[in-house]
Design a protein around this ligand. Structure first.
Ligand code: UGB
Length: 598
């Protein structure tokens, strides 16, 4: 109180609010009036930020925290009254007629979509020192995740416009959610690479704020151990993306521009865009308000399970149950073995890959009611069984896939299951943890993420009619993986299976030791026999036929150890580097027709 007259009215209001909410301890160690004024002002600036960045402000944050902490102390089951069962969804098989039709529908809709990448997480499990979106998805071309995402969106935009009647100038908007941990490095990556070909105005960066930490069950806010004039903060989770999109006005802008779909995705999945056209096609055809992408899930795999929850009062919803909650939920509801594989060798619950497609109209209507607030949870680590004090401060958290929890029963919520090899290969685990993953479960490492790209591209080429050799098995950083020919193409070469199929004809073959990189758009493989390395680039107006026998020493993968710090981190975390012995490299820069027949 002695201090208060020194501050402007808005800061006095904040102080009053904190006092009313039982937070007087925050001021207990303050110096005498007129001492440390700069720090005191900075304290109020921080409180103002914490207050304005949370739907309903700090008052609401503290109230919710008290409720959730009381539930947690009482051991209340968040699924009380609900019984889980396996839901039914759309199950797609790559390359069949249904898949091709959905892809066609999806590409048609793509110009009406907007993409949102959640990239605020530091990736503690991966332990990489840079931002994850800067990591190469594969080191044959060295293309980073963010570059690949942007090139994929631009390729979809072009493909979608090509399908539309008349002139199409539409640009697919792209938003990236960052945090204090990732923001400046994301901006730098974009700016130093000319936004990887996207117009800077097409990209919006939204920075999520951290939330206040809590010291006890009364939700007393924690002070920063290093500064008595600062509240300690921690990340609130990817669920922030909804309130940020809403409060920033970005969703309204997209709606005014005529966009119809919002597609959310995560930071390190090099396969994802192979699954986007078909799943967007499912959303458009089935008119889903919410469509989650899923893959078959191995029991205990660290991905959530898509579950139908039916309440004793008759309500039901299809929702993600997070990986750490699925096992206890099953055990408590008549499945004594918990999270186990069924006779298929997989968990009966499809695995959530956190790729959500929301229809913008109904999404906006819902956010007008909720402001984008998502059901939160709290996960305090208690000192002992009395559950009265915490080992360290905790905070509320939220997840983007919990959005459907507040929707009315009339909402059309569905999901689409795709083959894992096509849709999901995230880079989340460091080499040591990956090597410890139970046998048969995916590693989710930089090694497996890269190998999955070669595998998917090889399988797609096979399906398109080429003969592609079987992979060999090898061990990198303690992980046994299949090594397929290193086949890479730029997204503009083909965003759908039909497009790719049209570019492969005759009798093509690729040997296991081969590397094939296609960078140009109008590159047609006909009667190509590749045993070595071939790199083809061309301008968009050139048309290149690639055929004949290409044979050279090619490129090999050399084992490296992840502990060898003389090797750059982004290389050693995958356990191999590329040794370039010999290659045939062609670049066509004239708008003409060419034919490569060595
Ligand atoms: N992220 C943010 O942008 N902000 C944050 O505060 C936190 C994260 P993780 P997680 O598909 O593999 C999710 O840490 O949360 C971004 C699903 O909950 O990689 O353990 C971050 O940058 C789970 O159901 O994943 O698990 C990254 O892009 C399952 O689907 C993204 O959020 C699993 O992902 C995910 O963060 C999966």
């Amino acid at each position: 109180k002695k201090n208060l007259h020194l501050f402007p009215p808005e800061k006095i209001e904040l102080a009053k609010m904190l006092m009313e909410m039982g937070q007087s301890h925050l001021f207990e160690q303050w110096a005498e009036p007129s001492v440390d004024d700069e720090e005191k002002n900075a304290f109020f600036d921080q409180v103002a930020r914490l207050n304005s960045s949370y739907p309903g402000g700090l008052k609401s944050y503290i109230t919710t925290a008290r409720e959730l902490l009381a539930d947690s102390k009482a051991g209340k089951n968040p699924f009380d009254g609900f019984t889980p069962s396996v839901p039914t969804g759309e199950v797609l098989t790559f390359g069949d007629d249904t898949f091709i039709n959905y892809e066609q529908a999806g590409v048609r809709e793509a110009k009406n979509a907007a993409f949102v990448l959640v990239a605020g997480g530091l990736g503690e499990r991966l332990g990489y020192n840079g931002i994850k979106v800067a990591l190469p998805a594969e080191i044959t071309t060295g293309t980073g995740f963010l570059q690949h995402y942007i090139e994929s969106i631009l390729a979809l935009q072009e493909a979608s416009c090509r399908l539309s009647e008349g002139e199409c100038q539409k640009e697919i908007p792209f938003a990236i959610m960052t945090s204090d941990d990732t923001h400046s490095r994301t901006v730098e990556l974009l700016e130093s690479n000319s936004y990887f070909g996207m117009k800077p105005t097409q990209v919006k960066l939204l920075k999520q704020e951290k939330v206040a930490c809590l010291d006890d069950n009364d939700a007393r806010l924690a002070l920063d151990p290093k500064n008595k004039y600062r509240i300690q903060t921690k990340p609130h989770g990817h669920g922030d993306v909804h309130s940020l999109l809403y409060s920033s006005g970005v969703l309204k802008e997209w709606q005014d521009a005529g966009q119809k779909w919002v597609l959310f995705f995560q930071d390190t999945n090099g396969l994802l865009f192979k699954a986007i056209p078909a799943s967007l096609g499912v959303s458009a055809t089935k008119q889903y308000h919410v469509n989650s992408l899923a893959v078959p899930r191995k029991a205990k795999e660290a991905i959530g399970g898509i579950t139908k929850l039916t309440h004793t009062d008759g309500r039901s919803m299809v929702i993600n149950v997070e990986y750490n909650q699925l096992d206890p939920l099953l055990r408590a509801t008549g499945f004594p073995d918990g999270d186990v594989n069924c006779e298929t060798g997989y968990s009966p619950f499809p695995g959530n890959i956190n790729q959500l497609i929301l229809e913008l109209g109904p999404y906006m209507e819902e956010l007008k009611k909720t402001g984008g607030a998502i059901k939160e949870f709290v996960n305090p680590k208690y000192k002992d069984a009395s559950k009265t004090s915490f080992k360290s401060s905790t905070r509320l958290e939220c997840m983007m896939q919990d959005y459907p929890k507040t929707l009315p029963p009339t909402a059309r919520v569905g999901f689409t299951v795709m083959d894992t090899w096509l849709a999901y290969a995230p880079v989340k685990n460091n080499p040591e943890d990956a090597a410890k993953v139970p046998k048969g479960n995916p590693y989710h490492s930089a090694t497996s993420g890269e190998m999955a790209i070669y595998c998917a591209n090889s399988l797609i080429l096979r399906k398109a009619g080429a003969h592609v050799d079987d992979p060999v098995r090898d061990v990198f950083n303690g992980q046994e993986v299949e090594v397929w020919p290193r086949v890479i193409w730029k997204p503009k070469w083909g965003v759908t299976f039909s497009e790719i199929k049209n570019k492969v004809s005759g009798s093509c073959s690729v040997s296991q030791k081969s590397t094939l990189v296609i960078k140009g758009r109008n590159v047609f493989l006909k009667d190509l026999s590749l045993d070595g390395t071939l790199i083809i680039d061309s301008i968009d107006d050139a048309e290149v036929k690639v055929g004949g026998k290409v044979q050279n020493k090619g490129w090999t993968l050399e084992h490296v150890d992840h502990k060898d710090v003389s090797i750059p981190e982004e290389i050693r975390i995958r356990g191999f580097r590329v040794n370039k012995h010999e290659q045939l490299e062609k670049n066509y820069t004239e708008p003409d027709k060419f034919s490569l027949e060595p």
